[in-house]
Ligand binder design. Structure first.
Ligand SMILES: C[S@@+](CC[C@H](N)C(=O)[O-])C[C@H]1O[C@@H](n2cnc3c(N)ncnc32)[C@H](O)[C@@H]1O
Length: 380
């Protein structure tokens, strides 16, 4: 594979140790990028505080965990040994050029872009800035840092994620954020209500294993199954993502077990989803995370707080990590006529869905203390 470039970030405080040790590093969030660094790859160092970009370096080792375990007191365990690639140059005002690379500058730079960036550091020629701009279609979504998640499109990147022709398709960036934050490469992700398979496509691209079911499969990599009885062992999956029906507003299919046929005003609907929650709790490993996407209902002048009810049910079995508001963009009612009606008749269109991020509690030993398990580092 052609050499790829990597930009490592540091701060005023951590920069000295980078140079003293000739070691670049990062924490868990971007750790898997570092594991892909190969000896010889071009590297750059971006000081976020002084807005300075240093280059070019070359990887002296492959990227790995804990090459120097005591460096930065263990805060940045994903590391690579580096060496100078000729004279080290630096440019001030680095944010401007980094922003030209798009929001995902933490991801590997293609070889041609890394070369242009090296040239620019040696000779900051404005004309080069134009050629450095990343093709937007290659971009991964930005990892969300607040509890308001918004992305303009259902999918991202060059390959499709699920099908935007599927009524009720999940925005792929939601699953991307969950996968990146709460799983490691090789982990197993479960989607018990996979629809058009968005979870499968995101997971495959990110190197995660995926198990997907639906009561009415739309493609061969989804197995037919009712989410109320999962054909999986106890404590066998590392993360669950589920975008369940939130009433009978969408006609998914005619399967008798389709929970999307039950009204969110009926107790039957909540009982059905409670059984799904119980199964999810059974198959999830303790300490691991489930993300549940769901919206409220407003039909025939009646509001039903579906999200609050499901959150109550989830809370009976899981601890809350956080509650996210996901902006709804491409829905059928997002038209001028509906916006006018909402104002004229004084009601609101649904503007967001909840993403409940919940964690299965760690098991306790007989003395009531938490058992030490290696993935406790997920606790942040
Ligand atoms: C909101 S859609 C999922 C969308 C999917 N994440 C995607 O991106 O295409 C909800 C799905 O739940 C499925 N479903 C409804 N009841 C089910 C059940 N009892 N077991 C499994 N799947 C069910 C429906 O067939 C539908 O595909």
């Amino acid at each position: 594979m052609a050499e790829r470039g990597y930009i490592f970030a540091c701060t005023a405080k951590s920069e000295k140790e980078c140079f003293d040790r000739m070691l670049f590093a990062t924490g868990k969030l971007y750790g898997e990028n570092v594991l892909n660094v190969r000896k010889g790859d071009p590297l750059f160092l971006f000081n976020l505080d002084s807005d300075t970009l240093y280059g070019t370096f070359r990887a002296k080792s492959d990227g790995a965990r804990d090459l120097v375990a005591e460096a930065w007191k263990g805060r940045y365990p994903y590391q690579v040994h580096v060496q100078r690639n000729g004279k080290i140059s630096s440019i001030k005002g680095a944010k401007k050029i980094i922003s030209a690379l798009g929001p995902s500058w933490h991801d590997p730079l293609p070889a041609d872009q890394a070369l242009i960036l090296s040239k620019y550091i040696e000779n900051p020629d404005a004309a080069l800035l134009d050629t450095i701009e990343r093709r937007a279609e290659n971009d991964k979504p930005r990892l969300s840092s607040t509890t308001l998640w918004d992305y303009p499109r259902q999918s991202y990147g060059i390959t499709p994620k699920g099908s935007n022709k599927y009524a009720g398709v999940t925005p792929a960036f939601v699953i991307y954020n969950m996968v990146k934050r709460y799983t490691e490469p090789g982990d197993t992700v479960l989607d018990p209500m996979a629809g058009s398979g968005t979870t499968i496509d995101v997971c495959k691209e990110e190197g995660r294993r995926v198990v997907a079911f639906d009561v009415s499969p739309t493609r061969p990599d989804i197995k037919r199954n009712d989410a109320r009885k999962l054909p999986l062992d106890d404590k066998s999956v590392d993360m669950i993502f589920i975008d369940s029906p939130y009433g009978d507003n969408i006609d998914y299919n005619d399967q008798p077990a389709n929970i999307g046929k039950l009204s969110a005003e009926s107790e039957e609907f909540y009982e059905a989803l409670d059984t799904v929650i119980s199964e999810c709790s059974r198959v999830l490993k303790p300490g691991k995370v489930i993300g549940w996407l769901i919206g409220d209902q407003w039909v025939k002048k009646k509001f039903t707080p579906v999200g609050f009810r499901i959150y109550g049910q989830l809370s009976n079995r899981f601890e809350t990590v956080d509650i996210i508001s996901v902006v709804r963009r491409s829905q059928a009612s997002n038209t001028g006529i509906w916006h006018n009606r909402a104002l004229r008749f004084n009601f609101y269109l649904r503007g967001f869905k909840y993403l409940f991020i919940m964690r299965k509690p760690l098991e306790t030993s007989n003395d009531g203390k938490e058992r030490k398990v290696s993935w406790a580092r997920y606790k942040r």
